[in-house]
Design a protein around this ligand. Structure first.
Ligand code: CTP
Length: 236
């Protein structure tokens, strides 16, 4: 059973004999998944190896548990689970806009997207020709969407992910505190295929009270259940 967090999540209805009844609405879980793409010119972009599998597995498991799910997704080859409200985006700026506009309706937020940290300062409107003598791409930082969401948390539980190649738990904890999230799912990148695209993975879930849950070598679908158990039972 999924806990309901706020009064806006109750339906009030009048029955035929005028008696008021109150029923619980399913909570809304807002999930960001997949990579972002930052345009260089009309045919090229900067991105990363994220496949979106984790975010889509979380969306599927949340639907299975009876939640209402909004999935803001960067470009992936995956089919969205039936019943989710899917919002497709491409760049970090588009993902930020979609996440912030959906935030008010959400009770829980999971930022599992691999957001590109940089975008081009100037996107070329024409294809950059190979014959251009020397190409230098000037990058500017993208907004930190998770930090912005955490700054507007207002009673929601917000979870992020941390992908690390070294000092997994120390770096994940720094992200949790630095971004003011409630929960961080730490994912170690040992081999590229061990995180991106693989079905099995290792995670450590850390909450802001310092509690840790470790799970090793399990399919992302099963991990999604473990992560949702933690998020849905977290008391602010
Ligand atoms: N994130 C975000 N906006 C960004 C970058 C990251 O919302 N511009 C979120 C990710 O979705 C994830 C968390 O922040 O939930 C951590 O992302 P990660 O890529 O591991 O870390 P960064 O903050 O980008 O830091 P670094 O690249 O230095 O490890």
């Amino acid at each position: 059973m999924i806990p309901v967090r706020s009064p806006k999540n109750y339906n009030r209805c009048k029955t035929s004999n005028g008696v008021k009844t109150v029923t619980k609405k399913a909570p809304v879980i807002l999930i960001a998944a997949g990579p972002t793409r930052e345009k260089i010119d009309p045919v090229r972009f900067i991105s990363n190896y994220s496949t979106g599998k984790f975010g889509y597995a979380l969306a599927g498991e949340a639907i299975r548990r009876g939640a209402r799910v909004t999935l803001v997704s960067g470009p992936t080859c995956l089919e969205a689970p039936q019943g989710v409200k899917l919002i497709c985006v491409e760049s970090a700026i588009e993902m930020r806009r979609a996440m912030l506009s959906e935030l008010n309706r959400a009770d829980y937020v999971i930022m599992s997207a691999a957001v590109s940290d940089w975008r081009l300062k100037k996107v070329s409107s024409r294809k950059i020709k190979r014959s251009s003598c020397k190409v230098t791409l000037e990058l500017v930082e993208n907004p930190d969407i998770l930090s912005e969401i955490c700054a507007r948390k207002a009673g929601r539980v917000v979870a992020g992910f941390a992908l690390e190649t070294e000092n997994l738990e120390t770096n994940a904890l720094k992200k949790l505190l630095g971004k003011n999230a409630d929960i961080i799912v730490a994912n170690a990148l040992k081999r590229r295929s061990a995180v991106f695209g693989d079905n099995n993975t290792d995670i450590v879930i850390i909450d802001r009270l310092g509690n840790k849950v470790r799970a090793r070598n399990r399919p992302k679908k099963e991990m999604a259940g473990i992560i949702l158990d933690k998020i849905l039972s977290f008391n602010i």
